[in-house]
Write a protein that binds this ligand. Structure first.
Ligand SMILES: Nc1ncnc2c1ncn2[C@@H]1O[C@H](COP(=O)(O)OP(=O)(O)O)[C@@H](O)[C@H]1O
Ligand SMILES: [Mg+2]
Length: 359
């Protein structure tokens, strides 16, 4: 396709059923559905859900941003969340905003049981931090990063974008849909990226919608699937298939790809959760044996909810004096559970074994 690639009008949802429910797709749906169901079950056995949610949401935020070449480190992120550093890098701030945007969407889904187009706009705003909203000026095109060639031209007219978005959201919220939600997930993600309603943040907003769609359909209870890891590892295919489906109107390969991403990341997340669980049990045991006087279940759980901890967190969680909180943390450092690090005036206590698992 050259500079003046013809603009192909985007079809509304749903696509023809034969195209999105082939035998190959249905077989893969079963596998992905089973993996995701296992993840949902295992996640529910973790005593304190926010331990998982915090960690995985942050990973998803980091990974999804990385797809867009917004790169930061786990260490920087946790520091930014723990001490109020105004001097975090712009990339770190963007990832922190991404995290907020996921939680905003999660709260909306829980509260309303559906999403509105305006909610999508709010989520994108939280992420990007400006009020530009839906594109109203023409000129947005998708280019091949390496060659600069235009690979896809999304709809340019604001009315058309809004019309496609209301079709999108209607399909998103439909609850008596006979197609598997995992197939719909792939269809919806493709459609959202093809509408490309914003000047920026379309990829990230679309990937937040993926997680929210799974929650809306009760496939997971919390935003604990780290889907973006698969997309980072397979970014060339991710972009190629988005584009190919646009050009050919053939869905099979794209849907299989997305089903594979659900299956693979479910299995990986299950492994992470088991590792976290084991570490939690081992940590509890160690504190009970080596520092029995300060053992409290909530204290250990805090160190998993906030792998970068500080005195103030302990004060708030355990309702103890600063002096006691400081002593508790130091004690755990002594028995090798935490490692301290000075950041500015604050001393952070890091649950390094957990951080290692989360890497
Ligand atoms: N050919 C294509 N057709 C449709 N969507 C595409 C295509 N190529 C890439 N994309 C999507 O566009 C996203 C990038 O859009 P952008 O608005 O810059 O989002 P972000 O700022 O989150 O990166 C990619 O992550 C991908 O989801
Ligand atoms: Mg971008």
């Amino acid at each position: 396709m050259g500079q003046d690639a013809p603009y192909r009008i985007l079809d509304k949802l749903p696509p023809q059923r034969e195209k999105i429910e082939t035998i190959k797709i249905l077989r893969k749906v079963n596998k992905a559905t089973a993996a995701l169901a296992e993840l949902k079950g295992i996640a529910n056995t973790i005593p304190n859900q926010s331990m998982l949610v915090n960690a995985i949401v942050l990973k998803e935020a980091k990974g999804s941003s990385e797809i867009e070449n917004i790169i930061t480190t786990q260490d920087e992120l946790y520091k930014a969340l723990t001490v109020n550093t105004s001097n975090s890098s712009p990339e770190t701030k963007e990832v922190i905003n991404y995290r907020k945007a996921i939680f905003l969407g999660f709260d909306l889904i829980k509260k309303q049981g559906f999403l509105r187009v305006n909610d999508i706009i709010d989520i994108q705003q939280e992420l990007i931090g400006n009020k530009a909203g839906i594109r109203s000026m023409p000129g947005t095109v998708l280019k091949n990063d390496a060659t600069g060639e235009i690979v896809y031209t999304p709809p340019q007219d604001k009315e058309e974008i809004l019309d496609l978005l209301s079709n999108f959201i209607e399909y998103f919220n439909q609850d008596k849909n006979e197609i598997s939600p995992l197939v719909n997930l792939a269809v919806l993600h493709h459609q959202f990226e093809s509408i490309h309603p914003f000047y920026d943040g379309n990829g990230r907003t679309g990937r937040i919608l993926n997680i929210l769609y799974l929650i809306l359909n009760d496939l997971i209870d919390f935003p604990i699937l780290y889907l973006s890891s698969f997309l980072i590892e397979n970014k060339p295919d991710y972009y190629r298939l988005l584009n190919q489906t646009n050009q050919l109107g053939e869905w099979e390969e794209w849907i299989i790809f997305m089903l594979k991403s659900v299956e693979t990341t479910s299995i990986q997340t299950i492994e992470k959760i088991s590792a976290i669980r084991q570490l939690l049990d081992k940590t509890i045991e160690k504190v009970q044996i080596d520092a029995p006087k300060i053992y409290k279940k909530e204290f250990v759980e805090l160190l998993f909810e906030q792998p970068y901890s500080k005195i103030e967190f302990v004060v708030n969680q355990l309702k103890v004096e600063r002096k006691a909180a400081s002593r508790y943390l130091k004690e755990l450092e002594k028995i090798g559970i935490l490692e301290s690090q000075k950041v500015g005036r604050e001393t952070l206590y890091i649950n390094t074994k957990l951080i290692e698992i989360l890497k």
